[in-house]
Design a protein around this ligand. Structure first.
Ligand SMILES: Cc1cc2nc3c(=O)[nH]c(=O)nc-3n(C[C@H](O)[C@H](O)[C@H](O)COP(=O)(O)OP(=O)(O)OC[C@H]3O[C@@H](n4cnc5c(N)ncnc54)[C@H](O)[C@@H]3O)c2cc1C
Length: 424
């Protein structure tokens, strides 16, 4: 559970004002780019913008915190494919391709090892329903030009001997890798500092507006920070910043996820050699083994506002499902339980780049793929901040796609399964 104090998220959005900066605000300092939020998305935006010669300030009481402290760090463009999300797949794959160079550059700049592991993923099925679900995913992947390999149960267990004897089959996905999000966030803070990014450890209270242009923020203590361009990268809180006109306020909501961390003692290593995941009776479960011996088991998906309580039910379900998949996990020490908030958008895709309000950009709504999308987001936002335009690969993710109500990102006909999801 997060221990630091966050702004009161229980207040109604109606308390937001559309005012210009109050005359009672304190001294103003100025910067080219002000990034609200120092999660992995705000940090990568700041780093890439600073590398392009812009003066950048990040406002966050705890830079390097946020959802990355909880996330598993799967870089799962292929196994996270869902019906109706083929446009998002393109962005996910573009970011996955950038990861090796991105990590090499970040490590070179900071000396930090971010735990990138090109280990692949095995998605398995335990019963006939699970197998039907996985077959459908496989067909969707193939229609999308992807080439995972179907394995029978014996072949799955040959790859991962700790799998339960009942595993019926699975998909071997050699391109879905992993990174350690905590290490990634820490490295990005250092990279920002080295590139000259300034950190203001405070909450932004309100966006400042002058003649229909965003001009920076007012902090919780009343200090005004002026900026030529402001980037709202506040994760699940992005829709709650006061002063943002309703027409450009991102429709982002928190989706809670509970995660467990176990430790694999040396005598059991290698426990798993790659990420193993499954849908067990309709619930997604994954096990992500790190080189350090940490084994991340996740994750619940709960629509409960900003609640980050770890519940007995959440822990029970994760352990129950993970145990069905890999019975040996009950031997491992349970070292941490935690819940975090995914910043979800109505179409599960991020908002990237300029809004209809001059001076205001969005970098938010990355939902369950924010760690995967970190490299491409940094490049897209740096491009937008220096040219005012979105690069071609990101045009579909303009914040303006919701300007006149939700628009689908893709023209693909939704499947019956997807329609059921939408109406649920
Ligand atoms: C359980 C779980 C598992 C996940 N697993 C994966 C995974 O395997 N792979 C993957 O790619 N992604 C995963 N994700 C998603 C990923 O973690 C997020 O999409 C990503 O971390 C979002 O980053 P962000 O910077 O946009 O937001 P956040 O990490 O939420 O950061 C936002 C920051 O903004 C700050 N902030 C907000 N409002 C203000 C304000 N007014 N003033 C100042 N600061 C402000 C906050 O303090 C915070 O530090 C997972 C998420 C969860 C919760």
């Amino acid at each position: 559970m997060r221990s630091r104090t966050s702004p009161d998220t229980s207040t109604s959005p109606d308390t937001r004002t559309n005012s210009t900066t109050s005359p009672r605000t304190r001294a103003t300092t100025s910067t080219d780019v002000l990034v609200i939020g120092g999660g992995v998305i705000g940090l990568v935006t700041a780093w890439r913008a600073a590398q392009r010669g812009l003066a950048v300030t990040v406002v966050d009481p705890e830079p390097g915190g946020g959802a990355a402290q909880v996330a598993a760090g799967m870089l799962a463009a292929v196994t996270e494919l869902h019906h109706g999300e083929q446009t998002l797949l393109g962005l996910n794959l573009a970011s996955a391709r950038r990861y090796p160079d991105f990590v090499a550059e970040l490590t070179e700049a900071t000396g930090h090892d971010v735990g990138y592991r090109a280990c692949g993923t095995l998605a398995v099925a335990l019963d006939s329903d699970d197998r039907a679900h996985l077959r459908e995913l496989h067909a969707l992947q193939q229609r999308s030009g992807l080439t995972p390999e179907w394995l029978n149960g014996r072949e799955c267990r040959r790859l991962e001997p700790m799998l339960a004897p009942g595993v019926r089959g699975g998909l071997r996905v050699d391109d879905d890798h992993q990174v350690d999000p905590r290490r990634l966030a820490a490295a990005l803070v250092v990279a920002c500092e080295q590139a000259g990014v300034r950190f203001t450890r405070a909450w932004a209270r309100e966006l400042s507006l002058v003649r229909d242009r965003a001009t920076g923020v007012v902090l919780a203590d009343g200090t005004a920070l002026a900026a030529g361009q402001t980037v709202l990268a506040g994760g699940s809180l992005s829709g709650r910043l006061a002063g943002v006109p309703a027409a450009v306020l991102p429709p982002v909501r928190p989706v809670k996820g509970q995660v467990l961390r176990l430790t694999v003692p040396g005598r059991y290593a290698p426990f798993l050699s790659r990420t193993v995941r499954a849908v067990v009776r309709g619930s997604h479960v994954y096990l992500v083994p790190r080189v350090s011996g940490e084994l991340v088991v996740g994750a619940t998906s709960e629509e409960l506002g900003w609640d980050t309580t770890v519940t007995a039910g959440g822990v029970y379900e994760l352990l129950r499902d993970a145990h069905e998949l890999v019975p040996g996990i009950t031997e491992l020490p349970l070292t941490e339980t935690r819940a975090g908030l995914r910043p979800a958008s109505p179409d599960n895709a991020p908002f990237l780049g300029p809004t209809a309000l001059p001076g205001l950009h969005l970098a938010t709504g990355h939902y369950r793929n924010g760690v995967l999308l970190t490299p491409v987001t940094g490049d897209v936002l740096a491009h937008a901040l220096t040219t005012g335009e979105l690069p071609d690969e990101a045009r579909a993710f303009t914040p303006e796609r919701f300007a006149s109500g939700p628009q689908p990102l893709t023209t693909t006909t939704p499947s019956p399964e997807h329609l059921t999801e939408l109406s649920a």
